[in-house]
Design a protein around this ligand. Structure first.
Ligand SMILES: [Cu+2]
Length: 164
């Protein structure tokens, strides 16, 4: 009986020591705070190098300055009779004769050589009335070509405008 008590006490003591020891050895593991590694700093987004730079200065299309060429109308007809201009230029006919003159696109009498419509007879290239002395008529040529015209009141007077 005495030995049994000692044995029980010994078991309890040993068991207590074992338990204590296990608690001591496991406790630190349980108390171990998991250190989370610092997350890698996210690299700040860099502007894409492939984005093309917008062109700040639009390249102007080559445009030559438009001009107005004068053609005088005298008793002998149009002077100069044949002229060459650039597309977009204008021609100004000035009546310097004593008679009325009526510059208009060929061909008399339909006035349809210059390929626009809506004029008084055919093409819009038409003064549409006799110009009195000193009066003028100006027309802008937007279509390239060789355009013949005449005096609608004296159809024997011709001229031409070459638009390039
Ligand atoms: Cu005519």
């Amino acid at each position: 009986m005495k030995y049994a008590i000692i044995a029980i006490v010994a078991i309890v003591v040993i068991g207590g020591i074992v338990y204590y020891t296990m608690n001591n050895t496991t406790a630190p593991a349980n108390n171990t705070t998991t250190v989370t590694p610092n997350p890698e700093p996210t690299p700040s987004p860099t502007p894409s190098a492939t984005t093309p730079e917008p062109n700040p200065t639009p390249t102007p299309s080559p445009v030559t300055a438009v001009k107005t060429v004068q053609v005088n109308i005298t008793a002998s007809g149009f002077e100069p009779k044949d002229i060459t201009i650039n597309r977009g230029d204008s021609v100004k006919w000035v009546n310097q004769s004593e008679d009325e003159v009526w510059p208009a696109s060929g061909v008399h009498p339909t006035h349809t050589s210059y390929p626009t419509t809506g004029g008084c007879i055919g093409s819009t290239f038409d003064a549409c009335h006799g110009l009195k002395t000193g009066e003028s008529f100006t027309f802008q040529f937007d279509i390239a070509g060789n355009w013949k015209y005449h005096d609608h009141l004296s159809a024997s007077h011709f001229g031409s405008v070459t638009v390039q």
